[in-house]
Design a protein around this ligand. Structure first.
Ligand code: NAD
Ligand code: 4TP
Length: 330
């Protein structure tokens, strides 16, 4: 039997607790998962089963949301993150990582954190889960992919100011991003020969060096020279014309040069169903594509669809990694 998925609570003053309860209600028969957080933050109508080990989630999930209880020190006010609760938000992620690394959980799904609240309240030294999980797993380089039925996209640079993008974008970074993405498409999405399209950095991919030089200086050569035995890579493509419907059918994933170049198209196309996946970790991690939505927290109007897609994708990825492990053994 596959172990259940660990869902870390994220910022409790955001929509995490209410979408976790809604996701449980929608998926209770098909996707056992358990919540790591404080049961007191869940909507009062949620049936809760406190568990002491993830294995209890499988039998419990059909009738109640299994909760691995983490007592938060301060009362939770929707819309207003309390700095005193920030260390517990971090602890929930750490506990999820430890459970997935031990095999007690099959995957980690993370509800959104409020990055500023964690930096202010817990001295969190990372701009997001992606970088924190890489550090916990001892990986120098991981890749953030946003995926939906319509588009998969990867920003090569992630949570840095726009002014720092050109210097952060190095041949090593772009090469490793392409290679990790190709491997992730094969391993996690079952695409035997992935097709990757790389965006340019500058308008019109530099217009032959007239509007920026990075493309002619090194990006084009890097793409041409990359050894690609089991995947195809093309580019640099002008980013403004890479994301319309006819362009999207030509690749399995797009590599963008910076956060918004990647995330604007996918959140525009599929905000309600986009999933954030970290590739290159030694365990499976997914997350909804949206944030804490403090402006609507506690009102019961948040949609759980992106979280549901994140849980389903984690389940599919766990299933295929189990299959490939048993194929390797036999
Ligand atoms: N995986 C993560 O941890 C993650 C992802 C994205 C953003 N964030 C963080 O979340 C915080 C808030 O970010 P933001 O305001 O830019 O983006 P956001 O996604 O929280 O909100 C943007 C808009 O979308 C709405 N919205 C978001 N999710 C919704 C849902 N499920 N149902 C209905 N409406 C929804 C919000 O009400 C808001 O109007 C920031 O600290 C950001 O860093 C975290
Ligand atoms: N950049 C992501 C987004 O906007 O959807 C988000 O900040 C999530 O990042 P982490 O998974 O690293 O927290």
């Amino acid at each position: 039997m596959t172990a259940p998925i660990a869902l870390s609570c994220g910022e409790p003053a955001g929509i995490g607790p209410e979408i976790a309860a809604k996701a449980w209600s929608a998926m209770r028969d098909s996707c056992p998962f358990f919540y790591i957080g404080d049961a007191a933050h869940l909507p009062p109508s949620t049936p809760v089963a406190r568990i002491s080990h993830p294995s209890e989630a499988i039998d419990t999930c059909a009738t109640a949301l299994p909760v691995l209880q983490l007592d938060f020190p301060a009362p939770n006010v929707p819309g207003e993150p309390d700095p005193a609760n920030a260390p517990s938000v971090v602890a929930a992620i750490e506990q999820g990582v430890s459970l997935v690394q031990s095999g007690a959980a099959s995957a980690l799904c993370t509800a959104p954190i409020h990055k500023k609240a964690l930096i202010d309240g817990a001295g969190f030294g990372y701009p997001g889960h992606t970088e924190f999980l890489a550090a916990l797993a001892g990986r120098d380089r991981v890749v953030m992919m946003l995926a939906s039925d319509q588009l998969r996209v990867v920003p090569a640079t992630i949570h840095i100011p726009l002014s720092e993008v050109p210097s952060a974008l190095t041949p090593e970074l772009l090469t490793e991003t392409i290679l990790i993405t190709a491997e992730g498409l094969r391993r996690n999405f079952g695409i035997a020969h992935p097709r990757i399209a790389v965006a340019g950095l500058n308008p019109h991919a530099g217009e032959g060096g007239k509007i920026g030089s990075e493309e002619v200086d090194w990006i084009a050569n890097l793409i041409t020279d990359l050894p690609t035995k089991d995947f195809t890579v093309t580019g640099p493509h002008p980013a403004d014309t890479m994301f319309h419907a006819a362009a999207r059918v030509r690749y399995d994933a797009a590599i963008a040069m910076y956060h918004d170049q990647a995330l604007i198209p996918i959140k525009t196309l599929d905000f309600d169903k986009g999933v954030n996946v970290t590739l290159g970790l030694p365990f499976i991690r997914t997350s909804p594509d949206h944030g804490t939505a403090l402006d609507i927290a506690g009102q019961g109007i948040a949609t759980p669809t992106s979280l549901i897609e994140a849980l389903k994708l984690a389940q599919r990825m766990a299933h295929s990694s189990k299959l490939s492990m048993s194929a390797t053994k036999s």
